[in-house]
Design a protein around this ligand. Structure first.
Ligand code: ADP
Ligand code: ZN
Ligand code: MG
Length: 473
């Protein structure tokens, strides 16, 4: 995908996320993204009736400040809301309440990408053109709190953009501020893309309608290629907004980009300015104390404490149910080698058993830990362990019991193994002679004979010792 090119791509991302709050941004209507009936959660405020007064949603402000704290941004002291004026059927006031000069958060970084700002605004209504009777507008979404995060133009390729968007989704979920499901439009990514062969930035193109991580990556890769071809032909890149056609895998021109002054931003006279230092519950220390373990902190801890691989830590962190399963198990194992066994069984065997579905099946941390302990104590072979694991996955149960029932307990009894070893020595005098004359590699053959005699039931390590013993006698 990355063919060497004389142009350096530059990407900046703008991400919108609908926030989890009880009520909308400026009114008392329910914020319920799952409401299917149109125009149920509406009132004169979010319907833009004249003479109504908006009231700032404190919960939404707090959500954005939490994100700002997590990414190490500067939380505003003074902040205000502005009117962004434009006309569209889904914006009945004729303006959107947003933030312009004084965003809630400035700076910070996420996944190595520097952030410009994070601000708070309101979502628009939802238009639908489906029924062929003109455009229908559903105002349930009008006035839902919307966070906008803008990055600096520092992302270098499609992959980094995808990583960033995934990390942001994970952060928003971890903080409990947004479900951030891209397919549902709860998180929407716009990518600004330019290429240049000099130190100066090239003309940027903004791509909208990206509603999956994959389309973010594909659209950026496509756009870099399209712009490269234009410049190669001696043509210029036009500054414009383009859409993404998922089926064709191409971007298409939508409109020339409007600039900030077209919106004639000005402070909303209906809303108070906020002096955050005067709101104790929004103080940085308070937010910091309420902060859950952040994804990057969790990954580091999983690597440090359990010695899991970087990619395992990533997988566990992305899937809360899996990491809590793993950690519960680990607490019962208390053994580095056991952690690694547990890691391997989770990342290879369980992933295999799940085939894209439920990864834990009927396994509980208790019986998973019991299984790992049996392996550590050589009570079962790794083949036996796999067999038990797949039974645990399907039906649950106690590994010890299953091992007994299925005859998977390895023979570790000293007396039994001594008898077995003597038999092997008796039956293979020639090989034993070879061993005695210094050819130690034949030992493996003798162990193999013993395993056969025990029909795979012997603990190979102990059997080996018993055979060495028997030969020496
Ligand atoms: P606009 O005023 O056109 O909205 P902004 O300066 O607000 O532009 O930037 C919007 C987004 O575009 C930001 O994410 C920023 O990082 C990104 N951006 C700015 N210039 C470029 C560029 N030359 N190439 C790629 N992205 C850019
Ligand atoms: Zn309302
Ligand atoms: Mg902008």
């Amino acid at each position: 995908m990355t063919t060497p090119s004389r142009y350096k791509p530059t990407i900046g991302l703008e991400v919108h996320a609908e926030l989890f709050t009880h009520t909308k941004m400026f009114c008392a209507c329910k914020n319920n993204p799952d409401e299917k009936r149109p125009n149920v959660n509406i009132c004169p405020v979010c319907m833009a009736h004249p003479g109504t007064l908006p009231v700032i949603n404190r919960e939404a402000v707090k959500h954005v400040l939490k994100v700002g704290t997590a990414v190490g941004g500067t939380l505003a002291d003074f902040t205000e809301f502005d009117r962004k004026n434009y006309f569209y059927p889904d914006i009945p006031k004729g303006y959107q309440i947003s933030q312009y000069q004084y965003p809630l958060v400035s700076g910070g970084a996420l996944a190595g990408v520097l952030l410009t700002r994070i601000h708070l605004e309101e979502d628009t209504a939802r238009s639908s053109h489906e029924r062929g009777e003109g455009t229908l507008v559903d105002f349930n979404r009008a006035g839902v709190p919307l966070m906008e995060l803008v990055t600096e133009p520092v992302v270098r390729n499609a992959e980094e953009a995808g990583m960033f968007a995934r990390e942001l989704q994970l952060l928003l979920r971890t903080l409990g501020v947004s479900e951030a499901n891209m397919e549902k439009g709860e998180m929407r990514v716009e990518a600004n893309i330019s290429i240049s062969s000099t130190e100066q930035f090239g003309t940027k193109v903004e791509v909208k309608n990206l509603n999956s991580f994959r389309s973010v990556e594909r659209a950026i890769a496509y756009e870099i290629e399209r712009q490269t071809k234009l410049l190669d032909r001696g043509e210029a890149v036009m500054q414009e907004t383009r859409g993404w056609d998922e089926t064709k895998g191409t971007t298409f021109s939508q409109r020339k980009k409007e600039s900030a002054h077209d919106y004639r931003y000005f402070p909303d006279p209906d809303l108070p300015k906020l002096l955050l230092s005067e709101i104790p519950e929004l103080a940085r220390e308070v937010l910091q104390n309420e902060m859950p373990e952040l994804p990057w902190e969790k990954r580091t801890r999983l690597v440090d404490v359990y010695g899991v691989k970087e990619e395992t830590a990533r997988m566990l962190t992305e899937r809360g149910e899996l990491s809590s399963f793993f950690e519960h198990t680990a607490q019962m194992i208390h053994d580095k080698q056991g952690y690694t066994l547990a890691e391997n069984y989770v990342t290879s065997d369980l992933v295999g058993l799940a085939q894209g579905g439920d990864i834990l099946g009927k396994i509980t941390p208790d019986n998973f830990a019991a299984l790992i302990k049996m392996i550590l104590e050589s009570k079962i072979s790794s083949r036996g362990a796999k067999e038990i694991l797949s039974m645990l996955y399907k039906d649950g149960g106690e590994p010890e019991k299953i091992a007994q029932e299925k005859n998977l307990i390895q023979q570790s009894d000293e007396g039994t193994l001594t008898i077995l070893a003597k038999k092997v020595v008796e039956e293979n005098p020639d090989v034993v002679a070879e061993y005695r004359s210094g050819k130690e590699s034949v030992l493996q053959f003798l162990v193999g004979q013993g395993m056969k005699l025990s029909r795979g039931g012997a603990n190979p390590e102990l059997l080996k010792n018993a055979i060495i013993q028997a030969i020496a006698e």
